[in-house]
Structure formats: C-alpha cells, structure tokens
Design a binder for this molecule. Sequence first.
Ligand code: ZN
Length: 477
Amino acid sequence: MMFFAPQFRRFFALLCLALAMAVGVSADTIYLKSGRKVTASHVVQENGQVSYETAAGRTSFSASIVDHVVRDDSSDGIPSDRAANVTLAPPSAPVTTPSAAVRGGSIDTSLLARLESEASANPTPTAVARVVAAESAAAQFEISVGDYDRAMDHYNTGLRFDSASVDLLLAAAYLHLRKSEYTAAADLLERARRDHSDSAEVAKLSGWAYYGLNRVGDAVTQWKHAMEIKPDEDTRRALEKAERDAREESEYREGETVHFRLKYNGTAAPELARDVLKTLESEYDEISTALNYVPPEPIGVILYTNQAFMDITQAPNWSGALNDGRIRVPVEGLSSMNAELARVLKHELTHSFVGQKTGGRCPVWLQEGLAQFMEGKRSRTNAATLIRAQEQHMELSLSSYETSWLNLPKDDALKAYAWSLAVVETIVTVNGMDDMGRILDHLAAGSSAEDALHAVLRENYSDVLQSTAQFLRSAYR
Ligand SMILES: [Zn+2]
C-alpha cells in the first residue's frame, strides 16, 4: 500500500524534521566576580551594563559584578526555523524598577524576607510595590542563571502580595509557556485579561497558551485581537499558521487519550485513528522512562492526507513527518497500523519529549539522534562510511548541525542524520541513558550544547566525534 508520496518515500525511512528546538545555541560565557558562570547569547556591554538573551528575554547585570566575558562567535544563536514555531518575544517591559534585592551577582535573601514581612504586617501600596519589584528582580536573576524553578517561586511570591499585577502575570505566564506548561500559563493569562482585556501582550501570550493546548480557534481569536491592538510580525506569522490549521482542521474528527489529542481528516479510517492513539500511549511510557520526563500537557497529533500535509506544513519535500510542537503525520491510503508508522510515531514523539524537557534548547543533531535511536535505528549500515570519513579527516563539526537543517541538500541531510544517530548511539551505549538525561538537563538550564556534553562526559565536540568513531569501529567492524 502506497503510504507516502513517491518522491520522498525513499528518504522517509531516514528523515523527518524537528522544528520545535534549537533556541540559544551560541556560547558566550559571562564570568561573574562571585565565581558564578553564565552561558549567554548576544552579549552586549554598554553604559556600565552587560546585557544578553535569556529564555525570558533580554536581561542585564551591572558591569561592576562581571569579571570578564568569553565570546564564541561561531554561531549566532538564532535558529532559522523560527517561522514554523510559535515563538513569540517575551512580554516587553516586565517590572523594570531596579531593586537592591540583586547585588554583586547574588540575591539578598534577607532583604527579600524583610520586605515580605513588612508588606505582610502592613500591606500599603508602597510596601507591596517594593516586594513585587524585589521578587521580579530575583526571578530575572534566576532566569539569567538558568534556574527557572526558583524564578517561578519568586514570581509566585510576588503574586501572593499582588495577585493582579499584570507584569508579574505576564512574566510568570511567559516562563510557563517556555516550559510547555500551557494550562498554568492560560490560567495566569485569564486572570490578566480581567483587568487588561486591551493589552496586546496579554492577547499575544494567551494565543500561544491556547495554541499549545490545541485550542486553535481560541488561539486565532486572541492573536487577531492582539493584531488589532498592536500589530507585529511575530504575531502575524503565528496567526497565519493557526488560521491555516483551523481551516484544515474544521472538518476533522477528534480522538483523545490521557496523553494525546488527535485530529484526523474526516475521510480517514476511524480504526486507524484508534490504532495511532493506542500505539502512541504505549510508546509514551517507554520514552518517559528512558528520558526521565513527563510532559506537562497532552500532546497534539494531526493525521493528514499527503497533499494537505505539504500545504499546511510547507515542509521541504524530502521530509516525511514533522514536529513543530504538534506531531504532524501524512497517512494517506493507510487504514491500519503498520511497523513503519509505529516507528514514525515513536520518532516524532521523542521529539516532543526532548523539545519540552529542554524548553526548546536542544540542538538539532541531538534531537534527531535521539529520535532515531528511540525509534530503533542503529548505525550498522552507515558505520563503514562514517569511520572512513573520520579517518580521512573530512570536514565535520557537530556545531554546524546545531541549528536548522531545513536548507541542507538531501545528501548533506543524510550525512547529518547518520552522524547524529552514531553520536547518540555511542553516548547511550558507552555512558548510559542516565547521562543522556543529564545532558538534556544541562541544556534545559541554558548551557550551550558543547558545554552540556562537557559537563556530563568531560568531552568537547571533537573528543565526542573521536569516541564515536572508536565505538563504531569496535561495534561494527
Ligand atoms: Zn526527526
């Protein structure tokens, strides 16, 4: 039975696209006088401040607490595949009041405690505003050093004192969105809309939360509203994408299980939809155990006809399935589960886990390597070619595989997939899946990919490639 369009069927066995990833892969390092080290991108030093990009937007230190900055200009940290994602800029102007709560590269916890007890004893507007400013500053500091859980604690403390603060609600919601915690984000944004129904920022982030919850119609409503108030390019792109989805899916049927929300074309067989959900549920447990992670929300899955898949996703024609936060699979002509589709689903589901666990910070080579490994692929057939390439010192650097592969010619894409699988296979076999989980944890905390590898394996990129070649020789030659 013909399952994929012939022109890309033969590549399908190997290729897919994982789009929800690769944010912040550059590797500038800011060394603070306190001894802490911050991995950052787009570091700018001016006017006595050192500023840089974080998951929650631009943040800055006073230059007086910075010892020195080491720059790595080899990558710019901007993924070229942003267009396919819902990646909106952080809310502008969160609480910017300077606060003495962060000084010398650390948080003054005794000051925070004092402000909190003053505001508890006598909650005047001034006392409350001081707590909000201090907790916001502390949260931004924690974000800047990659500790999002502590950052969220600070936002929550601030919200206990001022539950209607739109700046706090937006900042906390944004952090939840970056962690794929869409329900929590939607709750905060609903609160923000009560007093700020005319805020473009609130509408923008609300659209993102609903899109993440697979409530595409609500996402369209919010993004349209945001565009009416204050149009911008990010929102326009997100709205266009959501409207394409909404048009295509209006005639779709739905199915759901504990962990999945499935939509499929009305002409597709309901038995296939049931099979897909059953297969995904069984794969879910296996991947969850391997990666030691449970996604916070149900995962959206869409089954398409082949033409609709190409139209909606606008994917290059060598790609067979796609994951841009939702799992999108073309299944034309298929009426029941087969081994190939089960493998595709597992591959795409792995992308969802890895993307969410790392907050979208996993480099493409690691995403694709893990997805191939989890679907059951191994390097046997490619081993000889890879070993020869490594022995002949053919130009290869994992750093060139960190960002989007969308523009790679087919042959280069094949090479990239093969190396990615080989590296992941080596790490999992030699070091174990637990180490792989730790690498993902480092990425989630904001490390660059090479730093994350080094922190866990004590190897840089070129060491890792050598270990990989060595593993391939011993395993397959
Ligand atoms: Zn993939």
